[in-house]
Design a binder for this molecule. Structure first.
Ligand code: SF4
Length: 300
């Protein structure tokens, strides 16, 4: 197959546009979508310090690479990277190596924060106790620790590597769960007291194109899968969206754009402080403390 734009050998069929793209046109297409996303979000004002959550996987590594290429030399904006080590021996050490390699290659300050140091428990220990839904425990802890570490590094904004597929899945999952608070807060997750504004540069780029981007740019990425990955609902929603996208190209993009337009200017329920740790929370306990207390790893 040939590139629809220049006739060179194509590396991808971009379902949403119907085009086949070669290496250079795919890289250019990803980069221009990321720039457009950042522009639509208003960019970063002078004095910004952007912390990038860096797992060492394809998404966060591509996000850091792209953000570094855009903001790396911009006066008044600085970048740092944060990796959360959940304590999963068969998985995290290799991804950590990749994260360290990329941060080192780009010359970005990099910090690793560990569950064990902050929460006093590792995921390996948590699942030994018979945890039936590891991601339900791990997700809130990861999110909480990422924000805390970013704040400690002086960050004003937090970037994550969520791609178009992740975002469309999360929106549909929140709809199916009837979770209005999370649905409304979503990306807005910001500007509410001490919440840190989020940057998701890849939210307009499908997962397949992010993976190709990481490969074609030669990023030191780990392709390891977490052994505790769970979530029946997410995998059902992923399957549904992938099937729907085949018959209705651009459906994932429509879900994300529709939600953003509907949610613009809304911040969800007001946030107070978690009674246990003081982090922003819409209930008495923040999500991280709720799962720690609920599973008996901490006292209220
Ligand atoms: Fe944690 Fe689940 Fe991610 Fe594994 S897949 S690191 S358990 S949230």
């Amino acid at each position: 197959m040939e590139c629809s734009l220049c006739g060179s050998p194509a590396v991808v069929h971009q379902r949403s546009s119907g085009r086949h793209l070669c290496r250079d046109h795919l890289l250019g297409s990803v980069e221009s979508r990321v720039r457009r996303t950042l522009r639509e979000d208003g960019g970063l004002p002078p004095g910004s310090r952007l912390a990038v959550g860096l797992s060492g996987g394809k998404d966060s590594s591509s996000a850091l690479h792209l953000l570094h290429s855009i903001y790396g030399r911009r006066p008044g904006v600085s970048l740092v990277a944060v990796t959360v080590d959940e304590g999963i021996e068969s998985y995290r050490p290799r991804t950590l190596e990749s994260a360290r390699a990329l941060a080192g290659r780009l010359g970005v300050e990099h910090r690793v924060v560990r569950y064990e140091d902050v929460y006093g428990v590792t995921m390996d220990r948590a699942v030994e106790g018979g945890e039936s839904h590891p991601c339900g425990l791990c997700g809130p802890l990861r999110g909480g620790l990422l924000v805390r570490a970013a704040r400690e590094m002086g960050a004003t904004h937090l970037a994550t590597g969520h791609n178009l597929d992740d975002e469309a899945q999360t929106i549909l999952m929140n709809v199916l769960r009837g979770d209005a608070a999370r649905l409304l807060r979503g990306r807005v997750d910001v500007e509410e007291g001490r919440l840190m504004p989020r940057v998701k540069p890849l939210r307009g780029v499908p997962e397949k194109e992010v993976a190709l981007y990481a490969l074609l740019r030669g990023l030191p990425v780990s392709w390891e899968e977490c052994p505790y990955a769970s979530g029946a609902l997410r995998s059902e929603v992923r399957g549904f969206l992938n099937r729907f996208e085949v018959d209705h190209p651009g459906a994932k993009y429509a879900v994300v754009r529709g939600f953003e337009r509907a949610g613009r200017g809304r911040g969800g329920p007001p946030l107070g402080g978690c009674v246990r740790c003081g982090e922003p929370s819409s209930g008495e306990l923040c999500n991280a403390c709720r799962v720690l207390v609920g599973r008996g790893f901490a006292r209220a």
